[in-house]
Design a protein around this ligand. Structure first.
Ligand SMILES: [Fe+2]
Ligand SMILES: [Fe+2]
Ligand SMILES: [Fe+2]
Length: 415
């Protein structure tokens, strides 16, 4: 399948940035800010073409495992509060330096996850070592000789965006920032990364972020790479994002991965052509990506949702559409994914589409979502058996909510 991977990662990272902002209080668009700073320093270091694009995309996704580990790292005290970091940054002088122990778990898991993305150039250990200090006081106690320049650049870029508010930065603050960063050369940051920052990240360049469109800025700095990917590579990309969504809430740990597996089986059963089958798989893996922007206290509420909460949760289908529709050649994938809560009688959401407006694939995705939700384990309920799930779905079909023919087929395929 032909895919503009850069474009896809850009769109999906937006959702990730929103989660991280909500969960940790870091700046909004943190991933994109870090990516932009990385692009400036990376170019200064001589990286270009595909290598630069892969590097910048990896920087953008450096905290990809936050949905999985943020709570654990916070509760175990592994992560220092952002306000604390800011206080420490203000105290900085040449003798006293920062060492914020910040999350070994999300570094390890983030590194493992990113290996699923089929980049054409070497991005190894960039994420693993994005919290290492030059003097060996970081998460894994490595020094510059153990880490690559790429991970050193991401570490500096990350720290800058966590500590300084780039969006309100004045020229005077920028001058102080340069002093502090220079003072931390060889302590917190590698001398080479500091040199790159000082010579390639000007106040003018940083100020461009204030316009609030980091994606457009990034597109000016790097090439987008469009390539053909094998089915197994697309599976891996799908899995990367499905895992991120699933990990946001312990209540739906297997939902997107499970839905994608079911989509795969059904695509085979209906003998979808190869390209369509892989697109359908991708769509199932991404169908709930919009849930990244819904707060966990709503996603995880045990009792019945009140009207306001239900209205809020329903917005995830529209959010899925918003995120996916920005990706080139994703029209069918976007439609199948964002129509998964529509019902044949028009009582679904987000649009209240009726049977005649819903394609076979839309209906299929809706059934997959329901079957998966019923049969998967969740903390507050034991999974429903295949037989019982089909029974319940048959009732829904009788009430003109979902497609009866598909329910019958699922009975056979998933038996
Ligand atoms: Fe991090
Ligand atoms: Fe970060
Ligand atoms: Fe959903």
């Amino acid at each position: 399948m032909k895919l503009d991977l850069t474009d896809m990662l850009f769109s999906l990272s937006e959702a990730l940035d929103i989660v991280e902002h909500e969960m940790t209080g870091v700046q909004s668009a943190h991933g994109k800010h870090v990516a932009y700073l990385t692009a400036l320093m990376g170019k200064g270091a001589g990286f270009k073409g595909e290598e630069l694009s892969d590097f910048v995309c990896t920087a953008m996704l450096h905290d990809n495992a936050f949905t999985e580990y943020v709570r654990e790292e916070y509760t175990s005290g592994d992560v220092v509060d952002v306000s604390e970091l800011k206080k420490r940054a203000d105290m900085l002088s040449t003798d006293d330096y920062l060492c914020f122990i910040s999350g070994s778990k999300h570094s390890v898991a983030g590194e493992k996850n990113i290996q699923l993305i089929p980049f054409g150039t070497d991005i190894k250990n960039i994420i693993l070592y994005h919290h290492e200090n030059s003097d060996g006081t970081g998460v894994f106690k490595t020094t510059d000789k153990d880490t690559s320049l790429k991970s050193q650049i991401v570490h500096l870029a990350d720290t800058v965006d966590v500590i300084w508010n780039i969006l309100t930065l004045t020229e005077e603050e920028y001058a102080q920032m340069r002093e502090k960063i220079a003072a931390l050369s060889g302590i917190m940051f590698s001398p080479k990364s500091v040199e790159l920052f000082l010579s390639h990240v000007s106040f003018e360049k940083l100020s461009k972020l204030k316009a609030g469109d980091p994606e457009a800025l990034l597109k000016e700095e790097i090439e987008t790479i469009e390539k053909n990917y094998t089915d197994s590579q697309i599976h891996d990309i799908a899995l990367f994002f499905a895992k991120i969504v699933d990990c946001k809430s312990s209540f739906t740990r297997y939902h997107c991965v499970g839905a994608a597996e079911k989509a795969d089986l059904l695509a085979k059963y209906y003998a979808f052509p190869e390209d369509k089958a892989i697109r359908f798989y991708l769509s199932a893996a991404l169908h709930d990506i919009g849930k990244l922007v819904i707060q966990n206290d709503i996603l995880e509420k045990r009792g019945k949702l009140n009207e306001k909460e239900f209205t809020n949760i329903k917005t995830h289908a529209e959010a899925t559409k918003h995120i996916l529709s920005k990706i080139k050649n994703f029209e069918d994938i976007t439609a199948w994914a964002s129509n998964h809560h529509e019902k044949l009688d028009g009582s679904g959401y987000p649009k209240g589409l009726k049977a005649e407006a819903l394609t076979f694939e839309d209906r299929l995705m809706a059934c997959i979502d329901i079957y998966q939700a019923l049969t998967e384990p969740r903390p507050y309920k034991t999974p429903i058996s295949h037989k019982k799930a089909i029974e319940m779905m048959r009732d829904m079909a009788k009430n003109n909510k979902i497609d009866e023919g598909i329910v019958n087929d699922m009975e056979t395929v998933f038996a």
